[in-house]
Design a protein around this ligand. Structure first.
Ligand SMILES: Cc1ncc(COP(=O)(O)O)c(C=O)c1O
Length: 404
């Protein structure tokens, strides 16, 4: 493991991904490939548990405590405001269940969002008799000032919460979170953010941006494995949450009965009033060992440096794809850009066929809801770009030849 750790990560250098078969891997907004650092961390964990069973627990519980600190550093939070969860959805659902709703409270949602940030709020609406109102996330691309005014007008009618993504999964639009939080708070509402398309590659600062709740899975720009993630709950709001999803590990001194002798087995200990009450049961040791290894790399490189590197890549890629007949959906304002670059194809183009033709030639990308989406990350080198362009040209020619 020490040898792998010694090999420092560098922007544009994919030597930590020696087994990656793609020539240009541009699907980090879907699932990141596994680095050698993750493999080493997971193997170390498995070795420990293979040898020691329960004796390995303390070491990896300590690793998860460090991980909360690393994640806090990544998003500008305090570690006590972070809880480890199994997915973006789990984090959002837990928050949605624990907010002290009153019947008739209004929740503002966005069309164009990934369903992970809609379904949990719809379920809460059913359970607690809330009212839902959909706004359109695309308005923020076309007319950001108008979109913010529309949000303000909705908030003026009264709303309890606004749920939005930090980065929209289709268009890659980076939402104006700080401004949205300011308007929400001015009208007594809270802001809940799905940050899975941002965390790890786009700067996020929960304190500066005044975010109330934030949830992110591990397997996209955080570059961990599926089945892990984290939630941030602002200290401003955590005391108001109802612990409706608490479990045995949510209490004060939850496990003292396991190591402090007789007389500690009780069911009346208070539930902790910190974000980690959401960690009600035993967590995924493997998932968080992997996440620790990937976040360590992200912190070494620094998110602002990763963001600049990726945007230099996208600056070069964008005109080449436009020249092949696609319409870029990148925000004109650099402040609204992310590490996702999506294109609208010509009408009638078979995108599934295009993705397959690109994949066959070693360029891996995604096609969410009718768009062609490229999502590089720190290991992508700008030298790949001529290859991506050539492969796109060949794939389009093959489709033309096949009448696609
Ligand atoms: C914005 C957004 N939220 C959530 C998810 C997935 O959530 P989960 O981590 O719960 O699978 C995705 C993509 O898979 C996404 O693009």
């Amino acid at each position: 493991m020490s040898e792998v750790r010694a090999s420092r990560a560098q922007l544009g250098d994919r030597s930590l991904f020696p087994e990656l078969t793609a020539r240009a891997y541009l699907a980090h907004a879907s699932i990141s490939p596994v680095s050698a650092r993750i493999r080493a961390a997971v193997e170390a964990l498995l070795d420990d548990y293979e040898r020691g069973g329960a004796l390995a627990y303390a070491r990896w519980a300590a690793q998860r405590r460090r991980l909360r600190e690393q994640l806090a550093e990544l998003v500008g939070a305090r570690s006590e405001d972070i809880a480890l969860v199994s997915s973006t959805t789990r984090g959002i659902s837990d928050i949605a269940l624990c907010i002290p709703w009153s019947p008739g409270d209004r929740v503002l949602l966005f069309c164009g969002e990934f369903p992970a940030n809609v379904t949990p709020w719809q379920r809460a609406a059913e359970l607690y008799s809330l009212k839902r109102r959909f706004l359109d996330a695309r308005d923020y691309l076309e007319d950001p000032a108008g979109a913010l005014s529309a949000l303000e007008a909705e908030l003026a009618l009264g709303a309890r919460l606004v749920a939005v993504s930090a980065v929209e999964f289709q268009t890659g639009l980076r939402m104006p979170l700080a401004r949205m939080a300011e308007i929400c708070h001015a009208h007594g509402a809270e802001l809940a953010v799905d940050a899975v398309q941002a965390c790890g590659a786009v700067p996020v600062d929960v304190v500066k941006e005044q975010i109330d709740y934030l949830s992110s899975g591990a397997h996209k720009f955080l570059m961990g494995l599926e089945g892990a993630g984290f939630v941030y709950v602002s200290p401003r709001v955590v005391g108001r949450l109802r612990p409706r999803v608490a479990g045995w590990l949510s209490h004060e001194q939850p496990d003292s009965f396991l190591h402090a002798g007789p007389g500690h087995l009780r069911y009346d200990r208070p539930i902790r009033q910190s974000a980690d009450f959401l960690e009600g049961g035993t967590l995924s040791a493997v998932g968080f060992a992997a996440l620790g290894a990937s976040v360590e790399v992200l912190l070494e490189l620094g998110v602002p440096a990763i963001f600049s590197h990726v945007n230099r890549y996208l600056d070069e890629l964008e005109p080449l794809v436009v020249a092949r007949g696609f319409r870029s959906l990148r925000a004109p304002d650099p402040e609204r850009r992310s590490c996702i670059l999506s294109f609208l194809p010509k009408p009638g183009m078979n995108l599934e066929q295009l993705r397959t033709a690109l994949g066959k030639r070693g360029v891996v990308c995604a096609i969410p809801d009718g768009l062609l989406r490229f999502a590089p990350h720190w290991p992508n080198h700008l030298d790949e770009i001529p290859l991506v362009d050539r492969v796109l040209c060949e794939a389009l020619a093959e489709m033309d030849g096949a009448g696609g």
